[in-house]
Write a protein that binds this ligand. Structure first.
Ligand SMILES: *[C@@H]1O[C@H](CO)[C@@H](O)[C@H](O)[C@H]1NC(C)=O
Ligand SMILES: *[C@@H]1O[C@H](CO)[C@@H](O)[C@H](O)[C@H]1NC(C)=O
Ligand SMILES: *[C@@H]1O[C@H](CO)[C@@H](O)[C@H](O)[C@H]1NC(C)=O
Ligand SMILES: *[C@@H]1O[C@H](CO)[C@@H](O)[C@H](O)[C@H]1NC(C)=O
Ligand SMILES: *[C@@H]1O[C@H](CO)[C@@H](O)[C@H](O)[C@H]1NC(C)=O
Ligand SMILES: *[C@@H]1O[C@H](CO)[C@@H](O)[C@H](O)[C@H]1NC(C)=O
Ligand SMILES: *[C@@H]1O[C@H](CO)[C@@H](O)[C@H](O)[C@H]1NC(C)=O
Ligand SMILES: *[C@@H]1O[C@H](CO)[C@@H](O)[C@H](O)[C@H]1NC(C)=O
Ligand SMILES: *[C@@H]1O[C@H](CO)[C@@H](O)[C@H](O)[C@H]1NC(C)=O
Length: 496
C-alpha cells in the first residue's frame, strides 16, 4: 500500500510588524497552516466583490502572505545530498516511511550509515516517519513555495500592493526558471527509497501536489494583469509546465501514480488539472477531471486486493494508520478538483458526481464530520474545517448545517480563516456585526499595511473562543498583539 510524506513543523522567530494596524487579535492566534491543497477561483479574487463578513479572513491572508514569505526564495538546488544523477537541478526527496532492513545483507560487523544507505534494502512501514528524509529540504521547500505563491498572489489581488506580486514573481523565477537554481521538469528522484539502485518512486509525484495553490496565485496575477508578472516570466513558466506535463503523461513513475487507487491517484489528477489550467489548456483539464471521475473515483478504490466501489468511509484511507487524517487528505484532493472544475465550467458538476456505490464528495464529507472523534489531535480536526467551508460554498449550506458545524467545533475562528474568504457564500452566523463595518481591506503602502478597520464582534454561537467579544476588548487585543506577536508557522502534519 502506498503512503508517504510529512511536512515539518516550522518555527519562525519573532516577526516584527510595527506598521500593521487593525489586525484582530484572533488573526495573530491563527498561525499559518499548510493546508493539503487549495484552489481559489481567480475571477472571484479579481472581481473584488467580497462579502463584508470576510474582512478578518482577508487580514489573515495578508498576515499569512508575509509569514509564508519568510525563508524564500526557495530552490531544489539547496541541498547537500544530490540525486544519483549528480545533477543539483534534479528534485530529490526520500520516502518518509521507508526504513533500512539490514537483516539479510550478511554483514558481520556493524554497518556505517553510508553503508546502510547503499547496501540494505528499504521497506515501507506505514505511518512511521524516518528522520533521514529531513536530510533533503526539497519537499518542504516546495510546500513553502506553494503557500507563499498562494497567499501573496491573493494578497496582491486584495490590496494591489506591488510587494506581494514582486515576491511571487521572484519565487517562481527562482524555483523554475533562473539558470543557477531552476528545477528540471521531472520527478525522477522524488521519494527515493535508499538502498541498492536508488531511484525515485511513483509516490514522489505527490510531492508537487500543491500545484493547485501555485495555480491560484499565478492566475490572480496573470488575469489581474499585475505588471510584476511579466510576459517573459509567464512564457518561461508556461514552457516549464508544458515540459513537466509531458513527463506526467509519459514517465512510468507518473503513470503508476496515476493508477493509484487511494489519495495518490486523486492528487495526480488534481495536480495535472491545475497545471493544464495554468497553461490555458482548458479542454485538457476537463479531460483530466473526467478521466478521474470515470476511473479512480468510481472504480479504483481497491482494498486488500479486492476492488470495492467508493463509499463515504473511503475504505482505502480508513484502513490507514490515521484514518481521520487520510480521509480529510483525500477529500482535500477531491474538493480541490471540484473547485477547479467549477472554475472551468465543467458540466455536470463534480460536487454531485455519484459513485456506483452511491457516494458523493458530500457524503464522504458527512462521514468525516460525524467521525470527528477519530481525530488524534486538534490540529488533525482542523484539517477538516476548510473542507467543510469549501463544500458549503460548492453545494450551498441548507439550514446552515455546515456553518453551524464549524461554529460548534471551531468557534468564531472559522470566519478568520483564509478559507472563509474563498468559500463564499458561507454564513458568518452573526459573528460579524455587519452594521458597524467598512469591511474591505485597503492598502496605503508597501508591506501590506492595512488601513481597513475591523470593528467589534458581537457574541456568536460560541463564547469560549479566544476572539474578543466586544469592541473595547478587541482594541486592547490589537495593542497586545502589536507589541508581542510572534510569527509561529505551524504546518499541519500532512501524512499521506
Ligand atoms: C513582512 O512584514 C514586515 C513588516 O511590514 C516587513 O518588514 C517584511 O519585509 C515583510 N516580509 C516579507 C517577506 O515581505
Ligand atoms: C456582488 O456579490 C453579491 C453577492 O455577494 C451579488 O448579489 C452581487 O450581484 C455582486 N455584484 C456584482 C457587481 O457582481
Ligand atoms: C549489520 O549491520 C546492521 C546495521 O549496522 C546491524 O544492525 C546488524 O546487527 C549487523 N549484523 C551483524 C550480523 O553484524
Ligand atoms: C531509474 O529510473 C530510470 C527511469 O526513470 C531508469 O532509466 C534507470 O535505469 C533507473 N535506475 C536504476 C538504478 O534502477
Ligand atoms: C432543512 O430544513 C428543512 C426544514 O426543517 C428540512 O425539510 C430539510 O430537509 C433541511 N435540509 C437539509 C439539507 O438539511
Ligand atoms: C466552542 O469552541 C471550542 C473550541 O474552540 C470547543 O471546545 C467548544 O466545545 C465549543 N463550545 C460550544 C458550545 O460549541
Ligand atoms: C457592507 O459594507 C458596506 C460599506 O460599509 C455597507 O454599505 C453595507 O451595508 C454592508 N453590507 C452588509 C451586508 O453588512
Ligand atoms: C463601531 O466601532 C467603533 C470602534 O471599532 C466604535 O467607536 C463605534 O462606536 C461603533 N459604532 C457603532 C454604531 O457601534
Ligand atoms: C469588554 O471588554 C472590556 C475590555 O477588555 C472588558 O473589561 C469587558 O468586561 C468586556 N465586556 C464584555 C461584556 O465582555
Amino acid at each position: 500500500m502506498s503512503v508517504h510524506k510529512t511536512s515539518a513543523l516550522l518555527l519562525f522567530a519573532a516577526a516584527c510588524i510595527p506598521s500593521v494596524v487593525a489586525l484582530a487579535a484572533s488573526t495573530y492566534q491563527h498561525a499559518l497552516a499548510n493546508y493539503a491543497n487549495v484552489f481559489v477561483d481567480p475571477n472571484y479574487v479579481i472581481g473584488k466583490n467580497y462579502s463584508n463578513t470576510t474582512f478578518d479572513a482577508q487580514q489573515t491572508i495578508l498576515r499569512w502572505a508575509n509569514d509564508s514569505a519568510q525563508g524564500g526564495p526557495w530552490s531544489v538546488t539547496t541541498k547537500q545530498y544530490l540525486a544519483p544523477s549528480g545533477d543539483k537541478h534534479d528534485y530529490t526527496s526520500f520516502a518518509v516511511y521507508s526504513w533500512a532492513d539490514c537483516s539479510h545483507v550478511g554483514n558481520t560487523t556493524q554497518l556505517t550509515p553510508e553503508q546502510i544507505w547503499k547496501t540494505c534494502p528499504y521497506v515501507t512501514i506505514d505511518g512511521k516517519l524516518n528522520p533521514e528524509a529531513d536530510a533533503i529540504p526539497n519537499a518542504d521547500d516546495f510546500d513553502s513555495l506553494a503557500n507563499a505563491v498562494l497567499y501573496n498572489g491573493l494578497a496582491w489581488g486584495i490590496t494591489g500592493s506591488s510587494t506581494y506580486a514582486t515576491l511571487v514573481a521572484t519565487y517562481i523565477k527562482a524555483w523554475f526558471l533562473d539558470a543557477d537554481t531552476f528545477m528540471n521538469p521531472n520527478l525522477n528522484y522524488a521519494q527515493m527509497q535508499r538502498g541498492p539502485g536508488q531511484n525515485g518512486t511513483h509516490t514522489g509525484v505527490l510531492d508537487l501536489k500543491a500545484m493547485a495553490k501555485i495555480a491560484s496565485g499565478i492566475l490572480v496575477l496573470r488575469d489581474g494583469k499585475a505588471q510584476e508578472w511579466t510576459s517573459d516570466i509567464d512564457k518561461g513558466f508556461v514552457g516549464w509546465i508544458n515540459n513537466y506535463i509531458g513527463w506526467l503523461h509519459t514517465s512510468p513513475l507518473a503513470l503508476k501514480e496515476k493508477s493509484s487507487t487511494n489519495n495518490h491517484g486523486s492528487y495526480y489528477f488534481t495536480q495535472l488539472a491545475a497545471l493544464q489550467v495554468m497553461v490555458g489548456d482548458i479542454a485538457g483539464a476537463k479531460g483530466t477531471i473526467n478521466e478521474y471521475l470515470g476511473g479512480t473515483l468510481i472504480l479504483g478504490l481497491g482494498i486488500n486486493g479486492f476492488t470495492v466501489l467508493m463509499t463515504a468511509s473511503q475504505p482505502l484511507e480508513s484502513s490507514r494508520t490515521r484514518p481521520f487524517h487520510y480521509r480529510a487528505y483525500n477529500l482535500a484532493a477531491m474538493i480541490t478538483t471540484a473547485r477547479i472544475a467549477d472554475y472551468i465550467s465543467l458540466s455536470p458538476s463534480v460536487w454531485t458526481k455519484t459513485t456506483s456505490a452511491g457516494s458523493t464528495i458530500t457524503s464522504a464529507l458527512s462521514f468525516s464530520m460525524s467521525h470527528l472523534g477519530d481525530a488524534t489531535s486538534d490540529t488533525e480536526k482542523q484539517e477538516l474545517y476548510p473542507l467543510v467551508a469549501s463544500v458549503a460554498a460548492g453545494v450551498g449550506d441548507a439550514n446552515n448545517t455546515y456553518s453551524k458545524f464549524l461554529s460548534h467545533n471551531d468557534g468564531s475562528r472559522y470566519i478568520t480563516d483564509p478559507t472563509f474568504f474563498w468559500s463564499q457564500p458561507l454564513s458568518d452566523l452573526g459573528y460579524v456585526a455587519a452594521s458597524n463595518q467598512t469591511r474591505s481591506v485597503t492598502t496605503s503602502a508597501a508591506h501590506g499595511v492595512s488601513t481597513g478597520t475591523s470593528g467589534g464582534k458581537k457574541g456568536g454561537g460560541n463564547g469560549s473562543t479566544k476572539e474578543g467579544t466586544n469592541g473595547s476588548e478587541h482594541s486592547a487585543s490589537v495593542r497586545v498583539g502589536m507589541s508581542s506577536v510572534v510569527g509561529v508557522v505551524v504546518t499541519a502534519a500532512l501524512l499521506l
